[in-house]
Design a protein around this ligand. Structure first.
Ligand SMILES: C[S@@+](CC[C@H](N)C(=O)[O-])C[C@H]1O[C@@H](n2cnc3c(N)ncnc32)[C@H](O)[C@@H]1O
Length: 363
């Protein structure tokens, strides 16, 4: 058997994290917030996660959504072995893990023909062009009409200045011998030497120095997967949207509903620049430049269906809401890109009080 990794890091396992962007309820809420219909209220759904890493998110989502059948894959056997063990310990029968690569997952006979949801978090920017294409082809064949795609990726806006730094680190680590962890440390030391020697690249790009400094305190398992793969591609949003259009999906909106409210992130002058752009894809690319976006977490849909105004109200009424932190009364503040915003207590207080006794729908 040849090298199965295609240049992807396999010497160090990835971290165990839960990403709530992958929760179907969050996707449904984002769709409603964007005035779009979604089929995520059905009694049974099929959900596929590509490149699921340790499978922690898939396991937690399976435990909390017994009506959804989850199928999650990754080519790293250590990741899948751990994910299966956790599913068995939790006695979950609605999650299935596959030790497969993007090249052969389609041949898996136990898969449903098509899925209501396909999700991939932290994958597209970290695999080769060939693997990106295999993923797009899979989505094209396996996402149902009306189905939802979640995809996250590094955005070029914020990462452009870091590209030479990342290249220095990867090349240096490749020249070393011994465990990857030690080679990462040595590569970081080498980049610091360059910086201290007054390399003009760092002087002209202070954000690269800031990245180098913050990298030093990150877990080596995270850094290995974030920066030390053979492939690492930050995308212009427009290019990602064009690639995904091959799979017949179109942009729905950010999975983060805070991003749906421009006045929480942009000044009136910036909003005026955006509003002058009518093409929704170009608008997103411009927005990335305005906020210097680093990592996008986007939803796409295969066959967008806009809600009528009446339908949108109905959809909000059906949307389940739950507090994520305890509400102890008093003023509520929201922190976002433009800083702290005080929410009007007369408007928000009664809703938060109602939700303090448990989850409820908008109605
Ligand atoms: C940065 S990690 C993200 C993992 C997970 N989605 C998360 O966010 O925790 C990327 C994952 O893609 C997997 N991967 C990379 N290339 C792959 C391939 N060709 N086929 C299947 N999985 C792959 C890696 O093993 C790794 O677990």
């Amino acid at each position: 058997m040849g090298d199965w990794t295609s240049g992807y890091v396999a010497d160090l396992d990835y971290t165990h994290d839960f990403f709530n962007e992958l929760a179907p309820t969050m996707m449904a809420m984002a769709a409603v917030s964007r005035g779009q219909r979604h089929g995520l209220n059905k009694k049974s759904l099929s959900y596929c996660e590509l490149g699921c890493g340790q499978g922690f998110t898939a396991n937690v989502l399976a435990a909390s959504n017994p009506h959804i059948d989850f199928h999650a894959m990754d080519f790293n056997p250590a990741h899948i072995a751990g994910a299966i063990e956790l599913a068995e310990e939790a006695q979950l029968d609605n999650v299935h893990f596959y030790e497969r690569s993007f090249a052969d997952f389609d041949q898996e006979t136990a898969l449903p023909e098509q899925f209501d949801v396909i999700a991939l978090h932290g994958v597209m920017s970290w695999v080769s062009r060939e693997n990106q294409q295999l993923i797009i082809d899979f989505i094209g064949r396996r996402l149902k009409a009306g189905g939802m795609l979640y995809v996250s990726f590094n955005s070029l806006s914020a990462w452009a200045t870091a590209m030479p730094l990342r290249r220095i680190l990867v090349d240096r680590a490749a020249q070393g011998t011994g465990p990857l962890e030690n080679r990462i440390d040595e590569a970081l030391d080498f980049a610091r030497q360059l910086e201290q020697a007054g390399a003009k690249f760092f002087r002209d790009n202070p954000s690269a120095s800031a990245r180098l400094e913050s990298a030093a305190s990150m877990s080596r398992n995270y850094l290995a997967h974030e920066l030390f793969n053979a492939d690492w591609t930050p995308f212009h949003f427009a290019d990602m949207a064009a690639d995904l259009s091959q799979a017949k999906v179109s942009f729905l909106g950010s999975s983060n509903i805070m991003e749906h409210l421009d006045d929480l992130s942009l000044t009136p002058q910036q909003i005026a620049v955006l509003d002058a752009q009518s093409d929704p894809v170009q608008r997103e690319s411009l927005r990335d430049v305005l906020i210097n976006e680093q990592f996008r977490t986007d939803l796409f849909v295969k066959g967008a269906q806009k809600l009528t105004e009446r339908g949108a109200i109905g959809a909000w009424f059906q949307t389940p809401l739950n507090l994520m932190t305890r509400y102890n009364g008093g003023q509520v503040k929201q922190n976002w890109r433009l800083g702290e915003i005080a929410l009007d207590h007369a408007e928000y207080g009664p809703i938060l009080e109602a939700l303090s006794s448990g989850p409820a729908t908008g109605a």
